[in-house]
Write a protein of this length. Structure first.
Length: 223
């Protein structure tokens, strides 16, 4: 029943956006490539006030996207994972010294990029639904199902597929919410971009990595 309801939500969200919001979505995509159309179509008060600020760093955003994708490909090329968590060179050295067993699995980087592509395709309809209703529809179920089909019998690879499939959409919607709040508060887009990048780096380096190392150490001690 849970799977049926989730798939009903996916299809209903896409169908609803195509029927009732296709014109707004098309207008938004046209404004991305046509600056003249963007100036003519966005004449509400908030957009007029935000024109006083320069546009965001689209070039640097593309660079960060390329770097992230390259790290995913590099991670899969090394093909080393520690208890389900990816091991880069430093993490692999630390994990070996901590006595944590590493295992090698066959994971194609194209599969993880495909998982991220699912989120890219569904981000617009699911993002529209969340913006209207404040109800978040995650891709947990469809990522599990597709991951089980593309990497059968490989639990760690399937969990990697599921993580990239879910978290890309979640983080994209979260960043969009921050940008929307900054738009209403009249915060310059470039300042918002700097703050988002700084917060992401701090959360990864100062929060996520030490937490994972502590948890792995506790697991080792409990054994």
């Amino acid at each position: 029943m849970k799977f049926a309801l989730f798939f009903a939500c996916y299809t209903a969200s896409v169908t609803h956006c195509l029927l009732f919001h296709s014109r707004q979505i098309g207008s938004g995509f046209r404004s991305l490539v046509n600056s003249k159309y963007r100036r003519e179509s966005q004449k509400d008060l908030h957009n007029r006030l935000m024109r006083a600020y320069p546009e965001g760093f689209l070039f640097f955003k593309s660079i960060f996207a390329d770097i992230s994708s390259s790290l995913v490909v590099r991670d899969c090329a090394r093909d080393i994972f520690c208890n389900g968590s990816s091991c880069l060179s430093k993490m692999a050295t630390r994990s070996t010294s901590m006595g944590i067993s590493c295992q090698r699995i066959k994971t194609d980087s194209k599969l993880l990029l495909f998982a991220a592509g699912i989120s890219v395709i569904l981000i617009v309809p699911l993002g529209v639904i969340e913006a209207i209703t404040n109800c978040h529809i995650n891709l947990n179920v469809i990522s599990e199902l597709v991951g089980g089909f593309v990497v059968p019998g490989k639990a760690i690879a399937m969990n990697m597929f599921k993580s990239y499939g879910c978290m890309v959409l979640y983080n994209a919607v979260t960043f969009s919410q921050d940008l929307k709040l900054g738009h209403y508060m009249k915060i310059p887009p470039r300042s918002m971009f700097r703050v988002q990048i700084a917060a992401t780096l701090v959360s990864v380096v100062a929060v996520a990595q030490p937490y994972m190392q502590t948890e792995l150490s506790n697991i080792r001690d409990s054994r």
